[in-house]
Design a protein around this ligand. Structure first.
Ligand SMILES: [Cu+2]
Length: 188
C-alpha cells in the first residue's frame, strides 16, 4: 500500500513538473508587447503626461501593466481615467468616444455598464505638487490581436477626466464627467 502511494505521488509530481515546464516554455514564446501615449490637456492648461502599457503572460493568459503619470493637476484633485474606444483626441477630446468595451457587455456608454467596461482603470490622485501616477495590471485588454485588443480598426485613446470616477452605474457623470486630457495609444 505504501509503495503504491509513493508511485502515485511520483507520477503526480512528474505530471506537475511536466505541465509547469510546458507552461514556462509557452510563456517564453510569447512576445512582450508595448504601447504608449503622450497625454496632453487643452492648449495652455499646463497638463501633460504619458501612459506606458506592457503586455506579459502568466502561462497562456495575457495581462497588461498600465502605467499613467500626469503633471500640472490641481494638488489633491482626483481624476477618472479610462481607455476610450477610438484612437483620436481631435478636434476635441470627444473624438475618443465612449469607454473601450468590446464585450461581453459591449456598452461603451460611460454612464452604463460602469465600472465593468474593459477600458476602466483606477483614479489618478494628485499629490501636493499636482502630479499623479498609478500602476495597474489588468486582464481586461490586450495589446496583441484578439477580441480585447485596444489596437482594433479605429484604435484607442486614454482619457483623464475633470472629476473623480465614483464607480457608479447609470449615474450621469459618475465616471468622471468632462474630459481634461487625452492621448492616442500607439504601438511602441
Ligand atoms: Cu473616460
Amino acid at each position: 500500500m505504501r509503495t503504491v502511494s509513493r508511485v502515485v505521488v511520483f507520477v503526480f509530481l512528474a505530471g506537475v513538473l511536466f505541465v509547469g515546464g510546458k507552461t514556462a516554455s509557452l510563456a517564453a514564446q510569447q512576445p512582450v508587447l508595448r504601447a504608449k501615449a503622450d497625454i496632453a490637456g487643452a492648449a495652455g492648461s499646463g497638463i501633460s503626461g504619458f501612459a506606458i502599457l506592457i503586455q506579459s503572460y502568466t502561462g497562456i493568459l495575457p495581462t497588461v501593466e498600465v502605467v499613467v503619470r500626469v503633471t500640472g493637476l490641481v494638488p489633491g484633485s482626483v481624476h477618472g481615467v479610462h481607455i476610450h474606444e477610438t484612437g483620436a483626441c481631435l478636434p476635441t477630446f470627444a473624438a475618443a468616444n465612449g469607454h473601450f468595451d468590446p464585450g461581453p457587455n459591449g456598452n461603451s456608454n460611460p454612464d452604463a455598464n460602469h465600472p465593468f467596461h474593459m477600458g476602466d482603470l483606477p483614479n489618478l490622485v494628485a499629490d501636493v505638487n499636482g502630479t499623479a501616477a498609478f500602476e495597474h495590471r489588468t486582464s481586461r485588454i490586450t495589446l496583441s490581436p484578439g477580441p480585447l485588443s485596444i489596437f482594433d480598426a479605429d484604435g484607442s485613446a486614454i482619457i483623464v477626466h475633470v472629476d473623480e470616477d465614483r464607480g457608479t452605474t447609470g449615474v450621469a457623470g459618475g465616471a468622471g464627467g468632462a474630459r481634461l486630457a487625452c492621448g492616442v495609444l500607439l504601438q511602441d
